[in-house]
Design a protein around this ligand. Structure first.
Ligand SMILES: Nc1nc2c(c(=O)[nH]1)N[C@H]1C(S)=C(S)[C@@H](COP(=O)(O)OP(=O)(O)OC[C@H]3O[C@@H](n4cnc5c(=O)[nH]c(N)nc54)[C@H](O)[C@@H]3O)O[C@H]1N2
Ligand SMILES: Nc1nc2c(c(=O)[nH]1)N[C@H]1C(S)=C(S)[C@@H](COP(=O)(O)OP(=O)(O)OC[C@H]3O[C@@H](n4cnc5c(=O)[nH]c(N)nc54)[C@H](O)[C@@H]3O)O[C@H]1N2
Ligand code: SF4
Ligand SMILES: [Mo]
Length: 692
C-alpha cells in the first residue's frame, strides 16, 4: 500500500516564501502547489516553485560538509563528517573570539521571516554584526520610507487587489514574481484597475499595461519631480490629507518649481503633455492609487531620492494609509494578539558599535541589517576593529555584489570564511568550510510571522527526508552553539523551539495541522488613519536625521549620460530564475539556459549588428561574449541583461560558461553607493559592445 501524505510548508526557491502544500507518496514528492487555504494565492506557484523537486534531485548540489584543502578558491575539497565540520566551525569561531572578541565575527544572510535564529546566534557570539543582502536590494527604499514616515518600507502594505491605478517604475511585477501580488494585480485589472509601467525597456508587465512610458535610463528622479510639480501646481493633490499630514510642504513646493514637465521631457524623453495627463489620471483615481515604491532599487546614485519621490507622490494623492493604495501593515499587537516569542531574547544584547559604521559613523542609516559592503571594508582595513571571521549564510555575495575580484581581495584578510548553502555558489566555492543546508522541502524552519492587513503565523515543515547528508538551519546553528557552550540556543529538537516561540500566544502546535498557518485577525484590517513615527508625527519632507549628517533631504537632479560610444549597463530578472542560483536547476535551465544582451535596433545596426549576432561586452577591462538581441523595445542609451549568468564553477555542468555575469562588469562598484540610502549604485556603470 502506498503511503500518501500532505505537508504544509513554505517555498524556498526565492525570497518571497509562498506558503505551499506538498503531496508525497512513499516519501517521494508527487506534487507541489500553492497552499490552497491562503487567500490570493489560489493554489498557484510560479515555475521556480514547481521546480523544487529538480533541486532535490540535483546531484550537483553540495551533498556533505566540505573542508578546503589548498588555496582559497582553488576548488580542492575534502568531504568530512558533520561532527568534524561542526567541531571545526566551533573551534575556528572560538579562536577568533578569544583573540579579537565576539564583534570580530560578521554574518550575512537573506533576511526574511526566519532570521530570528540567525540573529540570536550572532548575538550569542557577542557580535553586533548580523547583516543581510539588502545593500544590494531594497535598502534605498527602506531608508526612503524611514526618512519620510519614520517607519520602514514594510510599515505599509501593497493593496493591489483594491487599487484603481497601479504604477510600476523599476518594478517588473509579472516577471520578478511574488505569486500573490501577481494574482491580486490581475484580479484588480479584471475589475478595471489601470496599469502604468515606467521602464527602460518593454518587459512583460509593459505588455499588459494601459500606459507604457519608456524612460531614459537614470532619469526616473527627473520624471518624478515633474509629477510632483504637476500635482502641486495644478492642485491635483489631496488637500485635506496634505494639510493634515505633511510637514514642510512649502519647502517641497519651492524645490520642485524648476522641475516642470517641459524640463522633464528633455531629460526623460517622455512628452510633457503625457506627464500632465498621467498626473491627472492618478488624481482621478486617488486615493486608490498604488505607485509601487520599488524593490530592487540598488541602481543609481540618486535611487534613494527617487524612492522618496515615489512615496511623496503616493502621499500627495492620499494613498499612504488608504485602501487600494498603501494601507498600514498590521502586526499581531494591532489585532490584539501576541507576537511569537523571539529567540534573540534568549541571549543578552550586544552593546558594541557595528563594524560597518551604521548607527554611529553613518548615524542616519538603519542598524538593523547594516550594510555588507561596509562590513567588507572593515575586514580589509580592520577599522573600526578587526573582523576576522565571516559566515555567508544562504547568501552568495560574490555573485550578489559588484566586483567579485575586489571582494575577494578584501576577504583575504579573514582567518575564517564559512558558507552555509543548499547549492554550490561562488562564495561557497571561495570558503574554508562549506556546510550543506537541506533544501527547503527537506527541512523544517522556525515558526515565523507575516505582518500584513491580516497578520499570520506560518510553519515550514519537512516534506521529505534529506536525500544527502545535509541538515536544517536549526540543526546547524544549534549544533555549533552547543559546542561553544551557548546553552540558551542548544536546542535538540525543533519542537522545543516551536514550543518556546508559541508560549503565551494562545496558539498550539497542533493548530497548524489544518492549514499550515494561523490567521491572527478576523479579516483584513484597514486602520482608519496612518500613524507616522517621525518626531513630528507627520510626513517629514525635511528629515533632521539626514540633514544632521550633511545629507540633504531634497537633492537637485543631476543629469548623466553614457560616454560617447558606450551604453549604460542595466539588468533585471526573468520569470523562471532566481538570482543566480537556479541556472543549474535542470528544469529551469531548459527554459532559459543563458542570458542575451538587449540592445536597441538602431544602436546595434549602426555597429553593423544583426539580431542573434555574438558580441563582446566589456567594462573596465572585464568582459564576456554573448548573443545580442536587437529590439526597438529598449532605450538606445542602455543595454540590458538578465542577472545571475556567466557561471564558472566546474561543479555546475549545465550553468557553466553560459552567458555573461553582469556583476563582473561593475569594476570599482563597491565604492559606488548611495550615501543617502546606503545601497549599491549598480547601474552607474558603462560598457562597450563590439561585434565578434
Ligand atoms: N522570477 C523572479 N522573481 C523574483 C526574483 C527573482 O530572482 N526571480 N527575485 C526577488 C527579489 S530578491 C527581488 S528584489 C525582486 C525584484 O523585483 P524588480 O525590482 O521588479 O525586478 P528587476 O527585474 O530587477 O527590475 C525591474 C525592472 O526594472 C527595469 N529597469 C532597469 N533600470 C531601470 C531604470 O533606470 N528605470 C526604470 N524605470 N526601470 C529600470 C528593468 O528593465 C526591469 O524590468 O524580485 C523578486 N522576485
Ligand atoms: N548585478 C546584480 N547584482 C544583484 C542583483 C542584480 O539584479 N544584478 N540582484 C540583487 C538582489 S535583488 C538580491 S536580493 C541579491 C541576492 O543575492 P543572494 O542573496 O546572494 O541571492 P540568492 O541567489 O538568493 O542566494 C542565495 C544563496 O543561498 C543558497 N540557499 C540556501 N538555502 C536556500 C534557500 O532555502 N532558498 C534559497 N533561495 N537559497 C538558498 C542558494 O543556493 C544561493 O547560493 O543580489 C543582488 N545583486
Ligand atoms: S514566488 Fe515562486 S519561487 Fe518565490 S516563493 Fe513563491 S512560488 Fe516560490
Ligand atoms: Mo532582492
Amino acid at each position: 500500500m502506498a503511503t500518501k501524505a500532505k505537508t504544509y510548508s513554505v517555498c524556498g526557491m526565492c525570497t518571497v516564501r509562498c506558503p505551499i502544500e506538498v503531496e508525497t507518496e512513499n516519501g517521494e514528492i508527487t506534487f507541489i502547489k500553492g497552499n490552497p487555504h491562503m487567500g490570493g494565492l489560489n493554489g498557484a506557484l510560479c515555475a521556480r516553485g514547481a521546480a523544487g523537486k529538480a533541486l532535490i534531485n540535483d546531484n550537483e548540489r553540495i551533498q556533505q560538509p566540505m573542508i578546503r584543502v589548498g588555496e582559497r578558491g582553488q576548488g580542492n575539497w575534502k568531504p568530512i563528517s558533520w561532527d568534524e565540520a561542526l567541531d571545526y566551525a566551533a573551534d575556528q569561531l572560538k579562536k577568533t573570539i578569544d583573540t579579537y572578541g565576539g564583534k570580530s565575527v560578521l554574518f550575512s544572510d537573506r533576511g526574511g521571516p526566519f532570521r530570528d535564529l540567525h540573529q540570536a546566534f550572532v548575538r550569542a557570539l557577542g557580535s553586533p554584526n548580523w547583516t543581510n543582502h539588502d545593500a544590494s536590494c531594497a535598502r534605498n527604499v527602506q531608508h526612503a520610507a524611514l526618512s519620510l514616515f519614520g517607519f520602514g518600507r514594510k510599515g505599509v502594505s501593497y493593496d493591489l487587489k483594491n487599487a484603481r491605478h497601479v504604477v510600476l517604475q523599476t518594478r517588473n511585477m509579472f516577471e520578478a514574481i511574488n505569486v500573490k501580488e501577481v494574482n491580486d494585480l490581475m484580479t484588480a485589472m479584471e475589475n478595471g484597475c489601470k496599469l502604468t509601467v515606467i521602464d527602460i525597456r518593454a518587459n512583460i508587465s509593459a505588455t499588459k499595461a494601459h500606459r507604457f512610458l519608456m524612460i531614459r535610463p537614470g532619469s526616473d528622479y527627473a520624471l518624478n519631480l515633474a509629477v510632483i510639480h504637476t500635482l502641486l501646481n495644478r492642485k491635483l493633490y489631496n488637500v485635506t490629507y496634505v494639510n493634515k499630514w505633511f510637514k514642510d510642504l512649502d519647502v517641497l513646493e519651492r524645490f520642485v518649481k524648476p522641475y516642470t514637465p517641459e524640463w522633464a521631457e528633455e531629460e526623460t524623453g517622455i512628452p510633457a503633455a503625457e506627464i500632465v495627463r498621467f498626473a491627472q489620471d492618478l488624481s482621478k483615481d486617488a486615493p486608490a492609487v498604488l505607485w509601487h515604491p520599488g524593490w530592487m532599487n540598488a541602481r543609481y546614485n540618486d535611487s534613494f531620492y527617487m524612492s522618496r519621490t515615489i512615496y511623496i507622490i503616493n502621499a500627495l494623492l492620499g494613498s499612504v494609509g488608504a485602501k487600494g493604495g498603501l494601507p498600514m501593515t498590521n502586526k499581531p499587537g494591532d489585532v490584539d494578539r501576541k507576537g511569537l516569542n523571539k529567540l534573540v531574547d534568549l541571549v543578552p544584547k550586544v552593546e558594541e558599535k557595528r563594524a560597518d559604521g551604521t548607527g554611529w559613523k553613518h548615524a542616519h542609516l538603519d542598524t538593523g541589517p547594516g550594510l555588507l559592503h561596509l562590513g567588507f571594508d572593515a575586514i580589509e582595513t580592520e577599522d573600526p576593529y578587526p573582523v576576522k571571521a565571516y559566515i555567508a549564510y544562504r547568501h552568495d555575495p560574490l555573485m550578489g555584489f559588484p566586483d567579485p575580484e575586489r571582494i575577494k581581495q578584501k576577504l583575504a584578510n579573514l582567518d575564517f570564511l564559512m558558507s552555509v548553502s543548499f547549492t554550490w555558489s561562488d562564495t561557497a566555492w571561495h570558503s574554508d568550510l562549506v556546510l550543506p543546508l537541506s533544501p527547503y522541502l527537506e527541512r523544517e524552519s522556525i515558526l515565523a510571522c507575516k505582518n500584513s492587513l491580516n497578520p499570520f503565523y506560518f510553519t515550514r515543515r519537512r516534506a521529505v527526508e534529506p536525500r544527502y547528508d545535509t541538515r536544517a538551519d536549526w540543526e546547524i546553528l544549534c549544533g555549533i552553539a552547543k559546542r561553544l557552550g551557548i546553552e540558551a540556543l542548544a536546542f535538540d529538537a525543533i519542537e522545543d523551539i516551536w514550543k518556546y516561540q508559541l508560549e503565551g500566544t494562545g496558539v498550539e502546535l497542533a493548530d497548524f495541522d489544518e492549514k499550515g498557518f494561523i490567521q491572527l485577525g478576523k479579516g483584513p484590517l484597514y486602520k482608519p488613519e496612518p500613524t507616522f513615527k517621525t518626531p513630528s508625527g507627520k510626513i517629514e519632507i525635511v528629515s533632521e536625521k539626514w540633514e544632521a549628517q550633511g545629507i540633504p533631504s531634497l537633492k537637485p537632479y543631476e543629469s548623466t549620460h553614457p560616454p560617447e560610444g558606450q551604453f549604460r549597463l542595466t539588468f533585471g530578472r526573468c520569470g523562471v530564475h532566481t538570482q543566480g542560483h537556479t541556472v543549474n536547476n535542470s528544469l529551469l535551465f531548459e527554459q532559459v539556459p543563458e542570458n542575451t544582451l538587449w540592445i536597441n535596433t538602431r544602436a546595434g545596426s549602426a555597429m553593423g549588428l544583426s539580431d542573434g549576432d555574438m558580441v563582446n561586452v566589456s567594462g573596465n577591462g572585464k568582459g564576456g561574449r554573448m548573443q545580442a538581441k536587437l529590439t526597438d523595445l529598449i532605450h538606445p542609451e542602455a543595454v540590458f541583461m538578465l542577472h545571475g549568468f556567466g557561471h564558472r564553477l566546474p561543479v555546475e555542468s549545465r550553468a557553466f560558461g553560459k552567458g555573461v555575469a553582469d556583476h563582473e562588469l561593475m569594476c570599482g562598484g563597491l565604492e559606488k553607493w548611495d550615501k543617502g540610502g546606503g545601497a549599491m549604485a549598480m547601474q552607474e556603470h558603462y560598457v562597450t559592445v563590439a561585434p565578434c
